[in-house]
Design a protein around this ligand. Structure first.
Ligand code: SF4
Length: 334
């Protein structure tokens, strides 16, 4: 004969036993600022407004921002994402992504008489103009960034081949050879680790004391603020989740920052459905943040998923206020 469960033998019906099992406590330390930055917000609005103004479909060259959820939402509204311009029909508008594009892309769009809207973040455009200014003064530009990232491809593509040299880490900074060390400048990708970049710049300055650089770093306000907020909570967390996409540079840097500042158990999660609850184990304090391309809705979703499993208390830790807003291109306003 099958043995009855212990709760039943003790006279406790099974359903009552499960209903009354208390949830374990979990304190969520919510980093702030987190999630959408002004550049991402602007890029999404550009696609939405372009669809309203020009009708469906509007083509978008590359993921407008690195987040599947955002991309799928825009697809549902009438956007079609493509890798290259030759996939865009002559009679439809095309939007360039927030990461920026090489000069050859708008040139080709112009040659084909395509209607195009550039959603490049103004802070990325600023790096483009800086690099051009240095090149016009005869300087070689060392770009600190990650090979293959669309922003790096776009920045290098502002100038003829050979004018911009890429350096990815301190080791490369220690080894790079330049033709004229007295005519040199550096620029950076906007979404790097603040700490790593400081080390790379220091190595370049040591080797090339005459190197010129931006007055303030090219790493943008949003990247800097999100990393600072993670630094503020990492040491208090047993585990930390960054909501973001694996191809999102700023999100990946947040995972590294958390690990470097006291929370070795840190990982990227695209959304609540991807959460590995076993990984969380017996953590009592969970840090949550989101990369600059991850909508707040995905943060809410993860907190709700935690509430279904734990007795949750949320503590928001704000390190600074953000009020940056970028204007939309004139063609899409009013
Ligand atoms: S992360 Fe920074 S550079 Fe990139 S879109 Fe946002 S504000 Fe612009």
């Amino acid at each position: 004969m099958a043995r009855r469960p212990a709760s039943e033998r003790a006279g406790i019906p099974l359903n009552v036993f499960f209903m009354t099992t208390p949830k374990k406590p979990l304190t969520i330390l919510l980093a702030s600022p987190r999630g959408f930055c002004a550049g991402v917000d602007r890029a999404i609005q550009i696609v939405e407004r372009a669809i309203e103004r020009y009708g469906r479909p509007v083509y978008v060259r590359h993921e407008i921002v690195h987040n599947r959820f955002v991309v799928e939402n825009l697809e549902a509204k009438g956007a079609i994402f493509v890798d290259e311009l030759d996939e865009v029909p002559d009679d439809r508008p095309v939007v360039f992504s927030a990461h920026g594009v090489p000069k050859s892309v708008p040139a080709e769009a112009g040659r084909r008489n395509l209607l195009y809207v550039d959603a490049t973040c103004p802070l990325v455009s600023k790096v483009h103009r800086e690099s051009e200014r240095h090149a016009a003064s005869g300087r070689t530009v060392i770009l600190i960034g990650h090979a293959g990232h669309p922003e790096v491809i776009g920045t290098m593509g502002q100038l003829p081949p050979g004018v911009v040299l890429l350096v990815e880490d301190v080791e490369q900074a220690e080894q790079i050879e330049v033709a004229d060390p007295l005519n040199l400048a550096y620029a950076t990708q906007t979404t790097l680790s603040v700490d790593d970049t400081t080390e790379i710049v220091a190595a370049l300055r040591r080797r090339f004391p005459a190197i010129q650089g931006p007055k303030l770093e090219d790493i943008c306000y949003a990247t800097t603020n999100r990393q600072a907020a993670v630094k503020a909570i990492a040491g208090r967390c047993d585990a930390l989740v960054v909501i973001g996409a694996p191809n999102s540079s700023n999100s990946m840097r947040l995972v590294e920052v958390a690990a470097n500042y006291g929370c070795a158990r840190s990982r990227l999660v695209q959304r609540a459905a991807d959460m590995d609850w076993a990984w969380l184990g017996d953590a009592q304090r969970l840090g949550i943040t989101a990369g600059a391309s991850a909508p707040e809705l995905l943060v809410d979703e993860l907190i709700e998923a935690c509430r279904a499993r734990y007795d949750v208390t949320v503590e928001e830790v704000r390190t600074t206020e953000e009020s940056v807003v970028f204007k939309l291109p004139r063609a899409l306003v009013a």
